[in-house]
Design a protein around this ligand. Structure first.
Ligand code: SF4
Length: 463
């Protein structure tokens, strides 16, 4: 191989100006990665449908389908999702390849440097995947990989992959926490977020959406010392919050003491940590005391003015971030969805495509009351919408306090502020000493504040 391969390259970032090509990601509608157990596997075979890396123009973006078929005498279907998640890890082992996300949201970049060193064919990436699958998971005896890199060839396998994901999710929806006596943990994403561990229970699927309780059970059975392991729930302090001693212990150990307490079903109190692979974000809307959900493929800002990418900065990194919680789409269908915060009835806004996708799992009397970007564009319009539609949140104390204000508060704050996106900010503070003010540039810094109040200066206003 012309490039190095190893865990040391996990976490490598390839920025837009360093990339030779981009594969999948938000600009591409159909992309997927799938692993299936099969008896018909030709060990070591790599097939490319569509243009190969060397045929792609520098700076271009293409569809990507990665279909891995594996064989082993003791392999079972339950292991497919767990093997599939390793595609993320193994691709990131390749120096000059960056892989993000999973299932039908996969996103890869190959760097200019790697291409110039000779990484110019999917044949090499496929061979690396096959060798790593067999070396890291010795129960796999044979493996073959097929790539799809154009819109025509990916059509059929993409449809098949979506059917497989749906079947896995449907099976998992029938099982609940009270039906089992074992939970699972996963630390596969610690190379990106060292204090993050996923708690996987029947009612709280992993936030990447790719490992449900059945998958985790199968993985822990074949490799009990691996990255997916058993978590004895232990004493339950609050079943409604999803607060278990066993989960606290696991989190404390795996986060090296950073996180001591997790409520599985809350995004506001001791929330589950988020790495960077979450399928969607449950975010608090302080102006209304409710929550919104934006998913990774949402184009444009959410109702709070922030796009997914800006909120993802705030959410990820393995910290507990009350108000920004990484979730799987499957979790939205859980009857325990963020129940400690008020549950699904607290959701007042969702991206349209996401709402359409999960509509059948939402309470029938709530579906038409949750607004999308097609219904409202700002918080004031959303408030009017909720009241017109008689959304159940308008009866809650949280809503009344959030919108009610009260005389004292109205005098103090003249107008409601909008949230400012995270990231690199540049702004000018006028009149703060010297002529013309001064510029403050905050680079790559994250600021956490309980609240930010932006007041318009009014000369006539009484201080
Ligand atoms: S998001 Fe969680 S379950 Fe999914 S791979 Fe990462 S740590 Fe594992």
């Amino acid at each position: 191989m012309p490039i190095d391969v190893g865990p040391v390259y996990e976490g490598e970032r390839i920025r837009g100006n360093q990339m030779y090509v981009e594969l999948g990601g938000p600009k591409i509608e159909k992309k997927f990665e799938l692993v299936r157990v099969s008896k018909n596997v030709t060990d070591g075979k790599v097939t490319i449908n569509g243009p190969d890396l060397k045929d792609m123009e520098k700076g271009s973006t293409h569809p990507i389908g990665i279909f891995v078929e594996v064989f082993g005498k003791i392999l079972e279907e339950d292991l497919e999702a767990v093997f599939e998640r390793r595609i993320h890890e193994f691709c990131n082992f390749i120096n000059g390849v960056m892989h993000l996300n999973q299932r039908y949201t996969n996103w890869m970049r190959v760097s200019i440097q790697a291409f110039e060193k000779g990484l110019n064919s999917f044949q090499m990436i496929g061979t690396i995947l096959i060798r790593l699958f067999k070396a890291e998971l010795p129960i796999i005896e044979k493996a073959q990989v097929t790539f799809y890199t154009d819109t025509k060839s990916i059509e059929k396998p993409h449809k098949m992959a979506m059917e497989v994901y749906n079947a896995r999710d449907e099976r998992a929806r029938g099982l609940h926490d009270e039906d089992v006596d074992m939970f699972y943990g996963c630390v596969l994403c610690q190379s990106f977020a060292p204090t993050h561990a996923c708690c996987i229970t029947p009612d709280r699927t992993s936030l990447c959406g790719s490992i449900n309780w059945f998958d985790a059970r199968a993985a822990a059975k074949v490799d009990p010392k691996g990255p997916i392991f058993e978590v004895v729930p232990g004493e339950c302090y609050d079943v409604f919050a999803g607060h278990y001693q066993g989960i606290n212990d696991m989190m404390k150990k795996r986060s090296l003491g950073e996180i001591e307490k997790v409520y599985l079903f809350s995004g506001m109190e001791f929330p589950h940590t988020s790495c960077g692979c979450f399928e969607a974000i449950d975010f608090y809307i302080p102006e209304l005391g409710g929550h919104g959900i934006i998913d990774r493929s949402h184009d444009g800002p959410a109702i709070n003015g922030l796009p997914f990418s800006a909120m993802a900065n705030q959410t990820g990194g393995g910290k507990q971030m009350p108000g920004f919680n990484g979730i799987s789409i499957q979790y939205i269908a859980s009857p325990k969805y963020q129940q400690y915060d008020g549950g699904i009835k607290n959701i007042v806004w969702m991206g349209k495509a996401l709402k359409d996708r999960v509509a059948e799992f939402l309470p029938a009397d709530l579906v038409d009351k949750i607004a999308t970007e097609e219904d409202v564009n700002d918080i004031n319009a959303l408030q009017a919408w909720l009241e017109e539609k008689k959304h159940p949140i308008i009866e809650t104390d949280a809503y009344k306090i959030a919108v009610g204000g009260g005389e004292e508060e109205e005098e103090e704050y003249e107008t409601a502020g909008a949230m400012v996106p995270m990231g690199t900010q540049t702004f000018t503070v006028g009149g703060a000493g010297g002529l013309g003010g001064f510029k403050v540039i905050l680079k790559n810094c994250k600021i956490h504040a309980e609240s930010v109040i932006i007041k318009k200066l009014d000369g006539k206003r009484k201080k």
